[in-house]
Design a protein around this ligand. Structure first.
Ligand code: IPE
Ligand code: IPE
Ligand code: MG
Length: 252
């Protein structure tokens, strides 16, 4: 496998858009099952190929100088899948953590996990914690993996923290504003995504970053996640660069 791009001198192979890149790109990595089905392979083969595409997405983010990359890997609803697929996916996650963390760490990637990590087995939870600790000093790319993540779950958890703070007297309800609420989400301290990409042709958020997506630009790609390549990332950034973001203000 190729190593990640060097910190200096981006390679000339990609058409880099001239506008500054979005600070935060989030990706709904969808289509592994369909990719496998089209090849007459079991779904796990699609998930394995999807893990290789994760590597390409990280390389592309590094190459373009994107500082925040968030990847939707497993939703809180994905636990409803057949037990065999869930156990294949957790085995793949276990393998991925072992094989990739050292290289991520060496390339200045800081890893964070959002979601209900407590639903995974203790060894996976320990690996996730270890990966977060090992990479905590890195700042080149903030890579966040959404695992057992659901936007509604996240909002409810934040609302519960608000209710508790009010109950103990630590928070006056009149002081609850967007910043105070956002500081209780899993994504506390992270910028909102500027761009959300979903692969596989589906055009929905599937419970991803519901609060944070308020003003995100959305790009839906007709490519199955295992086929995701650096060129798709470049093209999405070029599309994003041509968009006018208004945040509700008068058109410029
Ligand atoms: C995305 O691919 C991976 C996960 C949701 C874990 P899918 O497994 O959803 O693939 P499709 O949508 O069935 O093709
Ligand atoms: C969304 O994909 C979750 C991830 C990509 C991890 P799904 O395949 O689970 O979403 P739906 O069921 O098609 O909405
Ligand atoms: Mg899917």
């Amino acid at each position: 496998m190729s190593s990640f791009p060097a910190i200096t001198a981006p390679k000339g192979a990609l058409a880099l858009p001239l506008a500054p890149p979005p600070a935060h790109v989030a990706i709904i990595m969808d289509g592994n099952g369909r990719w496998a089905k089209a090849r007459g392979l079991p779904r796990i083969a699609g998930h394995r190929a999807g893990a290789r595409a994760v590597r390409r997405a990280i390389e592309a983010a590094l190459e373009h100088g994107v500082r925040w990359l968030t990847l939707y890997a497993f939703s809180s609803e994905n636990w409803r899948r057949p037990r065999e697929e869930v156990s294949d996916l957790t085995a793949l996650l276990r393998h991925y953590l072992k094989s990739e963390i050292a290289e991520l760490a060496a390339n200045g990637v800081r890893l964070r996990v959002i979601g209900e990590a407590a639903r995974f087995s203790p060894d996976i939870q320990a690996s996730l914690k270890e990966a977060e600790t090992i990479t905590a000093g890195n700042a080149r790319l903030n890579l966040t993996i959404a695992l057992s993540y659901g936007g509604r779950d996240e909002i409810i958890a934040a609302a519960r923290k608000v209710a508790e703070a009010v109950k103990t007297g630590a928070l006056d309800p009149a002081d609850l504003d967007e910043a105070a609420f956002a500081s209780r989400l899993f994504t506390a301290g992270m910028p909102d995504p500027d761009l959300i990409i979903r692969t596989s042709g589906e055009r929905r958020l599937s419970n991803f970053l519901l609060w944070q997506a308020a003003y995100a630009e959305l790009i839906f790609l007709n490519v199955l996640w295992p086929d995701f390549a650096a060129t798709h990332f470049s093209e999405a950034l070029a599309d994003y660069a041509g968009r006018e973001r208004r945040f509700g203000a008068r058109p410029g």
